[in-house]
Design a protein around this ligand. Structure first.
Ligand code: 2P0
Length: 325
Protein backbone atom coordinates (compact mmCIF):
# COMPACT_ATOMS: atom_id res chain seq x y z
CA UNK A 1 0.00 0.00 0.00
CA UNK A 2 2.63 2.42 -1.17
CA UNK A 3 2.63 5.21 -3.77
CA UNK A 4 4.81 8.14 -4.79
CA UNK A 5 3.54 11.38 -6.34
CA UNK A 6 5.08 14.67 -7.38
CA UNK A 7 3.29 18.04 -7.36
CA UNK A 8 4.52 21.48 -8.38
CA UNK A 9 3.83 24.72 -6.60
CA UNK A 10 1.66 27.39 -8.22
CA UNK A 11 1.61 31.17 -8.33
CA UNK A 12 -1.79 32.86 -8.07
CA UNK A 13 -2.54 35.53 -10.69
CA UNK A 14 -5.96 36.12 -9.13
CA UNK A 15 -5.43 35.67 -5.40
CA UNK A 16 -7.21 33.52 -2.84
CA UNK A 17 -7.43 35.81 0.16
CA UNK A 18 -10.02 34.85 2.75
CA UNK A 19 -12.18 31.96 3.92
CA UNK A 20 -15.91 31.77 4.35
CA UNK A 21 -15.50 28.53 6.31
CA UNK A 22 -12.29 27.66 8.11
CA UNK A 23 -12.47 23.95 8.95
CA UNK A 24 -13.31 22.84 5.39
CA UNK A 25 -11.21 25.63 3.81
CA UNK A 26 -13.91 27.27 1.72
CA UNK A 27 -12.82 30.54 0.11
CA UNK A 28 -14.61 33.86 -0.31
CA UNK A 29 -13.66 34.13 -4.00
CA UNK A 30 -12.48 32.14 -7.02
CA UNK A 31 -8.74 32.28 -7.67
CA UNK A 32 -6.58 31.45 -10.69
CA UNK A 33 -2.98 30.30 -10.87
CA UNK A 34 -0.11 29.11 -13.02
CA UNK A 35 1.64 25.89 -11.96
CA UNK A 36 5.46 26.24 -12.10
CA UNK A 37 7.97 23.59 -13.14
CA UNK A 38 10.89 24.77 -11.01
CA UNK A 39 9.52 24.12 -7.53
CA UNK A 40 8.00 20.82 -6.44
CA UNK A 41 7.50 18.23 -3.72
CA UNK A 42 7.88 14.46 -4.13
CA UNK A 43 6.07 12.39 -1.52
CA UNK A 44 5.89 8.67 -0.80
CA UNK A 45 3.07 7.40 1.41
CA UNK A 46 3.32 3.85 2.71
CA UNK A 47 0.37 2.54 4.78
CA UNK A 48 1.46 -0.34 7.01
CA UNK A 49 -0.43 -2.50 9.45
CA UNK A 50 2.60 -2.68 11.75
CA UNK A 51 2.53 1.07 12.50
CA UNK A 52 0.78 2.46 15.59
CA UNK A 53 1.02 6.10 14.45
CA UNK A 54 1.91 8.16 11.38
CA UNK A 55 5.54 9.07 10.72
CA UNK A 56 6.36 12.18 8.66
CA UNK A 57 9.87 12.72 7.32
CA UNK A 58 10.59 15.96 5.44
CA UNK A 59 13.91 16.14 3.62
CA UNK A 60 15.04 13.11 5.70
CA UNK A 61 14.23 14.69 9.07
CA UNK A 62 11.39 13.64 11.36
CA UNK A 63 8.72 16.34 11.67
CA UNK A 64 6.81 16.92 14.94
CA UNK A 65 4.52 19.60 16.33
CA UNK A 66 2.02 21.61 14.29
CA UNK A 67 3.33 20.55 10.87
CA UNK A 68 3.04 16.88 11.89
CA UNK A 69 -0.51 17.45 13.20
CA UNK A 70 -1.57 19.00 9.89
CA UNK A 71 -0.29 15.94 8.02
CA UNK A 72 -1.94 13.35 10.31
CA UNK A 73 -5.20 15.31 10.25
CA UNK A 74 -5.07 15.21 6.48
CA UNK A 75 -4.29 11.47 6.48
CA UNK A 76 -7.40 11.04 8.68
CA UNK A 77 -9.46 12.43 5.77
CA UNK A 78 -7.90 9.88 3.40
CA UNK A 79 -8.45 7.07 5.92
CA UNK A 80 -12.06 8.21 6.36
CA UNK A 81 -12.74 8.20 2.61
CA UNK A 82 -11.32 4.69 2.21
CA UNK A 83 -12.93 3.24 5.32
CA UNK A 84 -9.51 1.97 6.45
CA UNK A 85 -9.42 4.03 9.64
CA UNK A 86 -6.95 1.83 11.54
CA UNK A 87 -4.03 2.10 9.12
CA UNK A 88 -1.09 4.43 9.76
CA UNK A 89 1.47 5.61 7.25
CA UNK A 90 5.11 6.35 6.73
CA UNK A 91 5.22 9.66 4.81
CA UNK A 92 8.49 10.69 3.21
CA UNK A 93 8.60 14.08 1.44
CA UNK A 94 11.40 15.77 -0.43
CA UNK A 95 10.82 19.47 -1.00
CA UNK A 96 12.40 21.23 -3.97
CA UNK A 97 10.76 24.48 -2.94
CA UNK A 98 13.42 26.80 -1.51
CA UNK A 99 11.82 28.71 1.37
CA UNK A 100 14.09 31.61 0.49
CA UNK A 101 12.38 32.00 -2.89
CA UNK A 102 9.20 32.91 -1.06
CA UNK A 103 7.01 30.08 -2.26
CA UNK A 104 4.74 28.41 0.23
CA UNK A 105 5.62 24.71 0.15
CA UNK A 106 2.10 23.93 1.39
CA UNK A 107 0.67 24.01 -2.16
CA UNK A 108 2.99 21.38 -3.65
CA UNK A 109 3.23 19.61 -0.27
CA UNK A 110 -0.46 18.94 0.23
CA UNK A 111 -1.08 18.18 -3.45
CA UNK A 112 1.67 15.52 -3.44
CA UNK A 113 0.50 14.12 -0.09
CA UNK A 114 -3.11 13.88 -1.26
CA UNK A 115 -2.20 12.19 -4.54
CA UNK A 116 0.26 9.69 -3.02
CA UNK A 117 -1.94 9.02 0.03
CA UNK A 118 -5.12 8.45 -1.98
CA UNK A 119 -3.35 6.10 -4.40
CA UNK A 120 -1.54 4.19 -1.66
CA UNK A 121 -4.76 3.45 0.25
CA UNK A 122 -6.52 2.31 -2.93
CA UNK A 123 -8.86 5.24 -3.60
CA UNK A 124 -9.39 5.83 -7.28
CA UNK A 125 -10.16 9.56 -7.37
CA UNK A 126 -10.89 11.75 -10.39
CA UNK A 127 -8.90 14.99 -10.68
CA UNK A 128 -11.92 16.86 -9.36
CA UNK A 129 -12.24 14.59 -6.33
CA UNK A 130 -8.51 14.82 -5.70
CA UNK A 131 -8.60 18.63 -5.92
CA UNK A 132 -11.52 18.77 -3.46
CA UNK A 133 -9.64 16.52 -1.02
CA UNK A 134 -6.40 18.50 -1.43
CA UNK A 135 -8.22 21.79 -0.70
CA UNK A 136 -8.83 20.58 2.85
CA UNK A 137 -5.08 20.41 3.49
CA UNK A 138 -4.29 23.89 2.16
CA UNK A 139 -6.50 26.00 -0.07
CA UNK A 140 -3.98 26.99 -2.73
CA UNK A 141 -2.86 23.34 -3.04
CA UNK A 142 -6.11 22.36 -4.79
CA UNK A 143 -4.90 24.27 -7.90
CA UNK A 144 -1.64 22.26 -8.07
CA UNK A 145 -3.47 19.11 -9.23
CA UNK A 146 -3.33 20.61 -12.74
CA UNK A 147 -0.48 21.82 -14.89
CA UNK A 148 -0.60 25.21 -16.62
CA UNK A 149 -3.46 27.53 -15.64
CA UNK A 150 -6.08 26.40 -13.13
CA UNK A 151 -9.04 28.08 -11.47
CA UNK A 152 -10.31 27.24 -7.99
CA UNK A 153 -14.08 27.52 -8.07
CA UNK A 154 -15.16 28.70 -4.64
CA UNK A 155 -18.51 26.87 -4.77
CA UNK A 156 -21.60 27.83 -2.82
CA UNK A 157 -22.47 24.68 -0.84
CA UNK A 158 -21.71 24.55 2.85
CA UNK A 159 -20.27 21.03 2.70
CA UNK A 160 -17.56 22.07 0.22
CA UNK A 161 -18.64 19.51 -2.38
CA UNK A 162 -18.54 22.13 -5.17
CA UNK A 163 -15.28 23.82 -4.13
CA UNK A 164 -12.36 22.51 -6.23
CA UNK A 165 -10.02 23.58 -9.02
CA UNK A 166 -10.59 23.05 -12.74
CA UNK A 167 -8.06 23.25 -15.59
CA UNK A 168 -8.16 26.47 -17.68
CA UNK A 169 -5.28 25.99 -20.15
CA UNK A 170 -2.42 23.49 -20.36
CA UNK A 171 1.23 24.44 -20.06
CA UNK A 172 1.59 23.72 -23.79
CA UNK A 173 -1.03 26.37 -24.59
CA UNK A 174 1.30 29.27 -23.76
CA UNK A 175 4.94 29.56 -22.73
CA UNK A 176 4.96 32.34 -20.16
CA UNK A 177 7.73 32.55 -17.59
CA UNK A 178 8.04 33.53 -13.94
CA UNK A 179 11.14 34.87 -12.17
CA UNK A 180 11.17 34.40 -8.39
CA UNK A 181 13.14 37.31 -6.95
CA UNK A 182 14.89 36.42 -3.69
CA UNK A 183 15.51 39.26 -1.21
CA UNK A 184 18.40 39.50 1.22
CA UNK A 185 16.33 40.33 4.28
CA UNK A 186 12.94 39.07 5.32
CA UNK A 187 10.56 40.80 7.69
CA UNK A 188 8.63 39.29 10.58
CA UNK A 189 5.85 37.39 8.94
CA UNK A 190 2.13 37.26 9.56
CA UNK A 191 1.19 33.78 8.29
CA UNK A 192 -1.15 33.76 5.30
CA UNK A 193 -3.78 31.97 7.42
CA UNK A 194 -3.69 34.61 10.14
CA UNK A 195 -3.31 37.47 7.65
CA UNK A 196 -6.33 36.56 5.55
CA UNK A 197 -8.45 35.96 8.65
CA UNK A 198 -7.60 39.36 10.15
CA UNK A 199 -8.28 41.04 6.82
CA UNK A 200 -11.69 39.39 6.30
CA UNK A 201 -12.75 40.28 9.83
CA UNK A 202 -11.50 43.86 10.08
CA UNK A 203 -10.53 45.51 6.77
CA UNK A 204 -13.07 48.02 5.41
CA UNK A 205 -11.42 47.49 2.01
CA UNK A 206 -12.35 43.79 1.97
CA UNK A 207 -15.80 44.21 0.34
CA UNK A 208 -14.19 46.23 -2.47
CA UNK A 209 -11.67 43.46 -3.05
CA UNK A 210 -14.44 40.86 -3.35
CA UNK A 211 -16.52 43.05 -5.68
CA UNK A 212 -13.58 43.45 -8.04
CA UNK A 213 -12.90 39.72 -8.51
CA UNK A 214 -15.44 38.70 -11.21
CA UNK A 215 -14.20 41.36 -13.60
CA UNK A 216 -10.54 40.41 -13.03
CA UNK A 217 -11.36 36.73 -13.57
CA UNK A 218 -13.28 37.28 -16.79
CA UNK A 219 -10.56 39.53 -18.15
CA UNK A 220 -7.66 37.24 -17.28
CA UNK A 221 -9.37 34.13 -18.65
CA UNK A 222 -10.01 35.94 -21.95
CA UNK A 223 -6.38 37.12 -21.93
CA UNK A 224 -5.10 33.56 -21.39
CA UNK A 225 -7.21 32.20 -24.26
CA UNK A 226 -6.07 35.05 -26.57
CA UNK A 227 -2.45 34.82 -25.30
CA UNK A 228 -2.60 38.57 -24.67
CA UNK A 229 0.38 39.01 -22.34
CA UNK A 230 -0.20 42.71 -21.57
CA UNK A 231 -3.78 42.00 -20.61
CA UNK A 232 -2.92 39.03 -18.36
CA UNK A 233 0.03 40.81 -16.76
CA UNK A 234 -1.82 44.06 -16.09
CA UNK A 235 -4.78 42.25 -14.47
CA UNK A 236 -2.49 40.03 -12.35
CA UNK A 237 -0.43 43.00 -11.13
CA UNK A 238 -3.54 45.05 -10.29
CA UNK A 239 -5.16 42.09 -8.53
CA UNK A 240 -2.04 41.61 -6.38
CA UNK A 241 -2.02 45.31 -5.44
CA UNK A 242 -5.67 45.15 -4.42
CA UNK A 243 -5.07 42.09 -2.24
CA UNK A 244 -2.17 43.81 -0.49
CA UNK A 245 -4.20 47.01 -0.08
CA UNK A 246 -6.71 45.09 2.06
CA UNK A 247 -3.99 44.34 4.63
CA UNK A 248 -3.30 48.07 5.13
CA UNK A 249 -6.93 48.52 6.13
CA UNK A 250 -6.89 45.63 8.64
CA UNK A 251 -6.92 46.13 12.42
CA UNK A 252 -4.14 46.03 13.43
CA UNK A 253 -2.85 47.04 9.99
CA UNK A 254 0.03 45.15 8.41
CA UNK A 255 1.92 44.75 5.16
CA UNK A 256 4.05 41.96 3.72
CA UNK A 257 6.18 44.43 1.79
CA UNK A 258 9.77 45.28 2.56
CA UNK A 259 11.77 48.19 1.17
CA UNK A 260 13.37 45.87 -1.40
CA UNK A 261 9.89 44.63 -2.37
CA UNK A 262 9.00 48.18 -3.44
CA UNK A 263 12.32 48.57 -5.26
CA UNK A 264 11.59 45.43 -7.31
CA UNK A 265 8.04 46.63 -8.05
CA UNK A 266 9.36 49.98 -9.30
CA UNK A 267 12.02 48.30 -11.42
CA UNK A 268 9.42 46.09 -13.10
CA UNK A 269 7.32 49.15 -13.93
CA UNK A 270 10.44 50.87 -15.28
CA UNK A 271 11.16 47.85 -17.50
CA UNK A 272 7.71 48.30 -19.00
CA UNK A 273 8.35 51.99 -19.59
CA UNK A 274 11.48 50.88 -21.47
CA UNK A 275 9.53 48.50 -23.69
CA UNK A 276 10.00 45.16 -21.91
CA UNK A 277 6.61 43.66 -21.01
CA UNK A 278 7.05 42.40 -17.42
CA UNK A 279 4.56 42.38 -14.53
CA UNK A 280 4.86 41.54 -10.83
CA UNK A 281 2.79 39.61 -8.35
CA UNK A 282 3.38 39.09 -4.62
CA UNK A 283 1.97 36.55 -2.15
CA UNK A 284 1.84 36.67 1.64
CA UNK A 285 5.50 37.61 2.02
CA UNK A 286 8.06 40.16 0.84
CA UNK A 287 9.34 38.29 -2.25
CA UNK A 288 8.26 39.29 -5.74
CA UNK A 289 7.43 37.06 -8.72
CA UNK A 290 7.86 38.60 -12.17
CA UNK A 291 5.91 37.44 -15.24
CA UNK A 292 7.66 37.80 -18.60
CA UNK A 293 7.89 36.25 -22.07
CA UNK A 294 10.69 33.84 -23.14
CA UNK A 295 12.24 36.32 -25.61
CA UNK A 296 12.87 38.83 -22.78
CA UNK A 297 14.40 36.32 -20.35
CA UNK A 298 18.02 37.50 -20.49
CA UNK A 299 17.18 41.19 -20.07
CA UNK A 300 14.63 40.57 -17.31
CA UNK A 301 17.01 38.34 -15.36
CA UNK A 302 19.90 40.80 -15.63
CA UNK A 303 17.77 43.76 -14.59
CA UNK A 304 16.35 41.93 -11.56
CA UNK A 305 19.78 40.66 -10.44
CA UNK A 306 21.14 44.22 -10.41
CA UNK A 307 18.60 45.53 -7.89
CA UNK A 308 20.14 46.36 -4.49
CA UNK A 309 18.95 43.86 -1.88
CA UNK A 310 18.23 41.08 -4.39
CA UNK A 311 20.34 37.97 -3.68
CA UNK A 312 19.04 35.53 -6.28
CA UNK A 313 16.66 35.20 -9.22
CA UNK A 314 15.13 31.77 -9.94
CA UNK A 315 13.55 31.31 -13.37
CA UNK A 316 10.66 28.97 -14.03
CA UNK A 317 8.44 27.80 -16.87
CA UNK A 318 4.89 26.54 -16.61
CA UNK A 319 4.79 23.16 -14.90
CA UNK A 320 2.76 19.97 -15.06
CA UNK A 321 0.10 18.66 -12.74
CA UNK A 322 0.33 15.60 -10.51
CA UNK A 323 2.64 12.87 -11.72
CA UNK A 324 3.03 9.42 -10.17
CA UNK A 325 6.53 7.98 -9.95
C1 2P0 B 1 -2.91 32.31 -3.24
N1 2P0 B 1 -2.11 32.77 -0.93
O1 2P0 B 1 -3.93 32.38 -3.95
C2 2P0 B 1 -2.85 33.24 -2.05
C3 2P0 B 1 -2.26 34.57 -2.40
C4 2P0 B 1 -1.29 33.79 -0.35
C5 2P0 B 1 -1.56 35.01 -1.15
O2 2P0 B 1 -3.08 30.78 -0.92
O3 2P0 B 1 -5.04 28.48 5.04
O4 2P0 B 1 -1.40 28.50 2.38
O5 2P0 B 1 -3.74 26.67 3.94
O6 2P0 B 1 -5.80 27.58 2.86
O7 2P0 B 1 -3.29 28.26 0.71
C6 2P0 B 1 -1.74 31.17 0.90
O8 2P0 B 1 -2.69 30.52 1.65
O9 2P0 B 1 -3.77 29.00 3.06
C7 2P0 B 1 -2.36 31.57 -0.36
P1 2P0 B 1 -4.63 27.87 3.74
P2 2P0 B 1 -2.73 28.94 1.88
O10 2P0 B 1 -1.95 31.56 -3.55
Amino acid sequence: MKATARAHTNIALIKYWGKREEALILPTNNSLSLTLDGFYTTTTVDFREALSQDVFMLNDEAVTGEAYQRVTKFLDLIRGLSGKTDLYANVHSINEVPTAAGFASSASGFAALAAAGAKAIGLNLSDQELSRLTRQGSGSACRSIYGGFAEWEMGTRQDGSDSYAVPIASKEHWDIRVAAVVLSSTMKKVSSRAGMKRTVETSPFYPGWIESIPNDLNGIKAGIQEKDFEKVGAIAEANCLKMHATTLGANPPFTYWHDTTLRVMHTVQEMRANGIPAYFTIDAGPNVKVLYLPEDEARVEETLRNIAGVTDVRLSKAGSGITYL
